[in-house]
Design a protein around this ligand. Structure first.
Ligand code: NAD
Length: 469
């Protein structure tokens, strides 16, 4: 469903009316359009607090982009920025800045105590107004859970509050702010995540943090045009909405996709599968035989699987006192239990290959809770717990992560009453709904063979919704 308000407010008359009435003026987001598009371009400013551990890797990732790289050179707290790469041009932030930046990237991993947080102010205060429309703020810190001292943990944890606030300040121009928390030895695993957060692929992801761990396995280099070449993926709920977009996106990135949906959706599923030269698999994932049917199919046709995306989901809304028991049972069965049983069967039969990827689809309802959705929120919060626990058990480069979509323009949200739909669309930093492609691009980043250090995360694709933490 199209967002008429977003279109109207971006006409000259609409802009003036919105300003005089104090209404939100969302900026249409730029999304990824061509596979040969560089992940970022324009001017990028990079800064580094003293002792930064990510700056060298950042420099090499950014040097491979189409951007003009500048580094902050003015204060002692920012001197390490020079290590950002030989191509970086020094920029004194104490002078008047005229350049517009497509991204401001700051390595805060060297910050050891709260006094050193001043480096954030020194870098961002003179530059934040120079962030372009659709710009990106990216901060890299150390995972507070594994910091050596309380002072360091406090300083690193505070980056979350900083980034979330910056996201709220820059959202009106369609810009985003995100945080990477890396393990001390994981700087070599940053590349795919930095590329994702700086590119138009993350247009609707803001105010998020992601943890990067060191992975023993993983691939160092993949073709940017077809990172999933030779990979076999299975997507559940693939006939429409978000699942259809995930299927298209993984196929675009080179994967052969098995598109699964209920038998009643077979006609539409066949259309999706033939468009991407994939295979349709009609199957109700809640049946007792489903895990075996899926595993047999994978074994027979491909001998194994590289990617499974558990996207199929249902809502059966009613307040708890009015909820019939089959509403409760169905939501838990489709949204949570089916995923566990399918993964268990694939794992027991050793069908998920080395460096394999499991992706689950949660929801911000699972994080914040929602009126009339005790069943749905229980199942979607359970997904997050499952991902966190299984991530610790997976071996040989296999990972599991979740996405938690906010308001995404699909048939599901088109069916909402007008006022609830409008509130869902506007109550986020970007003042608009996301598109299925925004969820699909986030999943494609998880599935990239170079994302082996991204494990156990739940990233919200919600435009930094005001709902939830
Ligand atoms: P949708 O209703 O358009 O698509 C869901 C698909 O899952 C359908 O094709 C359906 O046939 C399939 N499915 C349902 N039960 C199944 C079963 N038992 N076996 C196999 N397939 C089954 O929904 P959507 O909006 O595209 O949502 C996709 C996922 O994203 C869901 O998990 C949903 O909970 C989640 N989500 C969506 C939003 C949103 O705003 N649209 C927000 C948060 C989370």
């Amino acid at each position: 469903m199209s967002d008429l308000y977003l279109k109207l407010v971006n006409t000259s008359l609409g802009k003036t009316a919105a300003q005089s009435l104090g209404l939100p003026s969302p900026t249409p987001l730029k999304r990824w359009t061509r596979t040969d598009q560089p992940f970022t371009a324009g001017n990028i400013l990079i800064g580094c607090a003293s002792g930064g551990k990510a700056i060298t890797e950042l420099g090499s990732t950014l040097s491979a982009s189409a951007a003009m790289l500048h580094h902050a050179s003015n204060t002692a707290r920012l001197t390490d920025s020079a290590r950002a790469g030989t191509k970086a041009i020094p920029l004194d932030l104490t002078t008047e800045l005229r350049l517009k930046f497509s991204a401001l990237v700051f390595d805060a991993s060297g910050i050891k105590d709260t006094l050193q947080l001043r480096a954030l102010y020194d870098f961002f205060h003179p530059t934040i107004r120079q962030l372009a429309s659709d710009g990106r703020v990216l901060v890299i810190g150390l995972d507070p859970a594994i910091c050596k001292t309380p002072a360091q943990a406090a300083a690193q944890r505070s980056l979350e509050g900083f980034v979330r606030s910056v996201g709220k300040e820059v959202g009106k121009k369609g810009a985003t702010a995100n945080l990477i928390w890396m393990a001390p030895t994981a700087s070599g695993q940053l590349d795919s995540t930095v590329r994702f957060f700086l590119s138009p692929r993350s247009a609707y992801v803001s105010g998020q943090f992601v943890r990067i761990t060191k992975s023993a396995k993983g691939t160092n280099a993949v073709s940017p045009a077809a990172p999933l070449r030779d990979k076999v993926a299975l997507v559940t709920g693939a006939s429409r909405g978000i699942g259809e977009s995930i299927t298209d996106t993984l196929a675009r990135d080179g994967a052969t996709v098995i598109a699964l949906d209920i038998p009643a959706a077979m006609e539409q599923l066949e259309i999706v599968a033939s468009r991407i030269k994939g295979i349709a698999l009609p199957c109700d994932i809640t049946t007792t035989e489903a895990p075996q049917i899926i595993s047999d199919f994978v074994q027979e046709h491909f001998g194994g699987l590289d990617i499974i995306v558990h996207n199929a989901g249902i809502t059966r809304d009613k307040t708890l006192g009015n909820m019939p028991e089959h509403f409760w049972d169905m939501a838990i069965a489709v949204n949570l239990t089916a995923e566990e049983l399918i993964n268990e069967e694939l794992t027991n039969r050793e069908l998920l290959r080395e460096n394999g990827r499991i992706v689950c689809v949660s929801s911000i309802s699972g994080i914040a809770g929602n009126f009339g959705q005790t069943n749905y929120a229980t199942s979607k919060c359970g997904v997050i717990g499952y991902v966190e626990a299984l991530a610790k058990q997976l071996k040989d480069g296999r990972t599991i992560n979740a996405v938690a979509p906010g308001f995404i323009e699909t048939q599901m949200t088109a069916a909402m009453p007008f006022t609830i739909r409008e509130a869902g669309r506007r109550m986020n930093s970007l003042s608009q709904g996301g598109l299925p492609i925004d969820v699909a691009e986030t999943i494609a980043w998880y599935c990239n063979p170079t994302s082996a250090g991204v494990n156990g995360n739940t990233v919200r694709v919600c435009g930094q919704s005001l709902v939830g933490r």
